[in-house]
Design a protein around this ligand. Structure first.
Ligand code: TTP
Ligand code: MG
Length: 369
């Protein structure tokens, strides 16, 4: 039996702030904006995307209609008395690392998908769904005891259903979707609950008369393929409760990466090149901050049919050079943007740049350790 958990922390940044300042408990707390460092200023466009919007807010603030991505000025209009706090990323990263370490101990395999969420394959740890529920409860209890934070967990036979389930009851929720009941669970949900279905796809489906996952499940697959290509097949499978993707510790631990999903899928070489350039800059800025040097550069490409390809190059020695990083990343990207063979017809949905085989520069001795 396959049992996958999706663990997602509740209003993560804001919950950490409340934990650090208990007098904020029960209040509308809004985390957003950030204190600009010299290093960030140097990376063009980096802070501008982040500054000035709500990163997240407490559930009390959500009652006022405030949400992630909203301009801080609008949040202020909606709730002038809320507590506004700047983003303290190093703190959240530290807490995230501690949480991931707890989760790692609980799973056969773990795949961290963002700062506050992870998939866990716990198939060998539990006997049945009742057992799985108990197991997830223990995880929730451990995170609460050790970190003073709540999370929501989805328990299901595959990753997609687990992810949808973790969002079903929030905050401090837990939702079990047994394999036999997956269809009943998914059917009444709006299609936008499927990861990857954004406003555009939602609109297109609506025009086809499809608003709920159940309608998607019973729709003729050929119609979906005609409209969305391979992504249509994926949608149909997911709506029918099927998802074969594995929980994978894809990016090795000693690595640093940045990735971006395009607002619109693209095969435009100059757009792809610019994106790789920008991601390389961000990666470099991060390794600089942490004092790393690199030997391996890799890129990751997700196509519009959700297939993922990676290409990597390992150098003979450690490097610490932005231009070198950009050059290699772009060379690796060329293979996709030049569009060879089958890949030529596909558009690209996401690009990632990663450095690995990292060394640490010992500041005092100026050597690599
Ligand atoms: P989420 O898990 O999407 O949101 P959340 O944990 O704040 O709230 P929920 O209880 O609904 O899970 O994102 C995790 C963190 O990522 C969030 O605390 C702040 C950050 N974030 C942003 O900075 N900008 C964004 O637009 C979003 C969605 C999240
Ligand atoms: Mg969360």
């Amino acid at each position: 039996m396959k049992v996958i958990l999706h663990v997602d922390m509740d209003c993560f940044f804001s919950a950490v702030e409340v934990r650090e300042n208990p007098e904020l408990k029960g209040l509308p707390v809004i985390v957003g904006g950030r204190i600009e460092t010299e290093e960030e200023k140097a990376v063009e466009g980096f802070d501008k995307r982040i500054r000035g919007v709500v990163s997240t807010c407490s559930y009390e603030a959500r009652d006022y209609g405030i949400h992630s991505g909203m301009p801080l000025s609008r949040a202020h209009q909606l709730c002038p008395d809320a507590k506004f706090l700047p983003v303290n990323m190093p703190l959240y990263k530290r807490v995230s690392r501690e949480i991931m370490a707890i989760l790692k101990e609980c799973a056969d395999k773990i795949e961290q998908v963002s700062i506050d969420e992870a998939f866990l394959d716990v198939s060998t740890k539990v006997r049945d769904w009742t057992d799985a529920r108990e197991y997830a409860l223990r995880i929730k209890r451990e995170i609460l005891e050790k970190e003073g934070l709540t999370c929501s967990i989805g328990i299901a036979p595959n990753k997609t259903i687990a992810k949808i389930a973790s969002d079903f009851v929030k905050p401090d929720g837990m939702t079990v979707v047994e394999e036999e009941r997956a269809g009943d669970f998914l059917a009444p949900l709006p299609v936008k609950k499927i990861p990857g279905v954004g406003p555009k796809t939602e609109q297109m489906l609506k025009k086809m008369g499809i608003e709920q996952i159940g309608q998607l499940a019973s729709c003729d697959i050929q119609k979906l393929v005609a409209k969305f290509g391979k992504a249509g097949k994926r949608l149909h499978l997911i709506a029918n409760g099927m998802d074969e993707s594995k929980v994978e510790e894809e990016w090795e631990r000693k690595s640093l990466s940045r990735e971006r999903t395009f607002a619109e899928d693209t095969s435009d070489a100059s757009v792809l090149n610019n994106c790789v350039d920008e991601l390389a800059k961000e990666v470099f800025s991060a390794i600089k901050r942490e004092g790393f040097v690199f030997k391996t550069v890799a890129i990751k490409v997700k196509f519009d049919d959700f297939t993922i390809h990676t290409r990597a190059k390992t150098l003979k020695s450690f490097h610490y050079d932005l231009n070198m990083l950009k050059k290699i990343a772009k060379e690796l990207m060329m293979e996709f943007s030049a569009g060879k063979g089958k890949e030529k017809e596909k558009k690209i949905r996401l690009v990632g740049v990663r450095v690995s085989s990292l060394g640490v520069v010992d500041e005092k001795q100026r050597r690599i350790v």
